[in-house]
Write a protein that binds this ligand. Structure first.
Ligand code: UDP
Length: 340
């Protein structure tokens, strides 16, 4: 019998890698994605990797009627909910769109879990819920959350709150917030990867797009922070590891007899600075990456990385790949795109 899993936003960056991982582990993903923030190139890549078309419904999950029809059609083993806007800067300019899309989408999915007796749910959360860690830079799931800096951050923070309240009202459902650190890299086939629309905000796509010649140089946002080399530190997690974390989360939830709500950090446990990323990229590719030091970016967290032990203890999952693997795969993907 097919184990159908609804993957909202399954044509996006993390979603598409998770679709591959789900299929490899015996699940049948059903993608709901209206492509407003995804690219058909990723769909072609998915087709090549899988050898067939994935099950795909181009619906807006804020359209409750369309989403209900999908829940009527399939008996889902679980839902992995990615579909959301994710650009921090854009969220400041378009807060209502962010709240509307990210929160209404989540509420629709949760209410359909309940009405259709779907028991397992995984939410794309973010380490943004920790804000700038006070004191210790390594954060665990029990580190107190802080109010976010941006409407985007609030949608994750409020998303977790909505899920917590939902849990009290529907204690039989098994819920997991995966708090991603910084997803990077691409599938080793270089057939799917991150597809930023317009000028990238995130570091990695900016690095690879600079290396391919789209931008004259990378600007490093500040080198006067109180870190080992003055640049900010993040925990960069390979998207392949991240995809596998979702399958591990779903496997774990499926085995539980009782409802629950857990949050799990998905990171490597190691911090890497922006300057270290530049050096590692040059080492892996043999290229010189033009870069200049610029002013600090407003609202940047200085240093944060995951305590990743809960993921290992609870889910039996831990990151296998390192930053060099991620940079190599991200670069292969950028070259693949350039060759299309
Ligand atoms: N960054 C940078 N130049 C860029 C983009 C990002 O120096 O063009 C830095 C940014 O200041 C941060 C790190 O790279 O310290 C990661 O930024 P990103 O936006 O990818 O992730 P986030 O800050 O949301 O964790």
């Amino acid at each position: 019998m097919n184990k159908y899993v609804l993957v909202t936003g399954g044509a996006g960056y993390i979603g598409s890698h998770t679709v591959v991982a789900l299929l490899q582990q015996g699940y049948t993903p059903v993608i709901a994605d209206d492509f407003r923030n995804a690219n058909k190139i990723v769909l072609a890549g998915l087709r090549s990797i899988l050898g067939h078309d994935p099950l795909l419904y181009p619906i807006d999950i804020c359209d409750k009627q369309a989403l209900t029809a999908l829940f009527d059609k399939y008996t889902f083993e679980g839902v992995i909910h990615f579909a959301a806007y994710k650009a921090v800067g854009e969220s400041v300019d378009k807060p209502l769109e962010y709240y509307q899309n990210n929160l209404v989408g989540l509420i629709n999915v949760l209410s359909l879990l309940q009405s259709h007796q779907v028991k397992n749910f995984v939410f794309s959360s973010s380490c943004t819920v920790y804000g700038e860690p006070k004191g210790e830079k390594e954060v665990s799931e029990t580190t107190p959350k802080q109010l976010p800096e941006s409407p985007y951050g609030y949608t994750k923070w409020m998303g977790e709150q909505i899920i917590a309240d939902f849990h009290r009202s529907a204690p039989e459902i098994k819920l997991m917030n995966l708090r991603y650190f910084n997803p990077v890299g691409a599938h080793p086939s270089a057939l799917i990867g991150e597809f930023p629309i317009g000028k990238p905000n995130n570091l990695l796509p900016f690095v690879t797009q600079t290396a391919i010649g789209k931008y004259p140089h990378l600007t490093i946002f500040g080198n006067d922070y109180p870190t080992r080399d003055g640049s900010c530190i993040r925990d960069y997690i390979h998207v392949q590891d991240l995809a596998e974390a979702h399958v591990a989360a779903l496997d774990f939830l499926s085995k539980q007899q009782e409802g629950l709500l857990e949050a799990v950090n998905i990171g490597t446990g190691t911090g890497t600075s922006v300057l270290e990323i530049v050096a590692a990229f040059e080492r892996v590719t043999g290229l010189t990456l033009p870069h200049v030091i610029g002013p600090r970016r407003q609202g940047d967290v200085i240093e944060i990385y995951a305590n990743a032990t809960k993921g290992e203890q609870l889910l039996g999952w831990k990151a296998r790949l390192g930053i060099e693997d991620a940079l190599r795969d991200a670069w292969a993907w950028e070259q693949h795109l350039a060759a299309l």
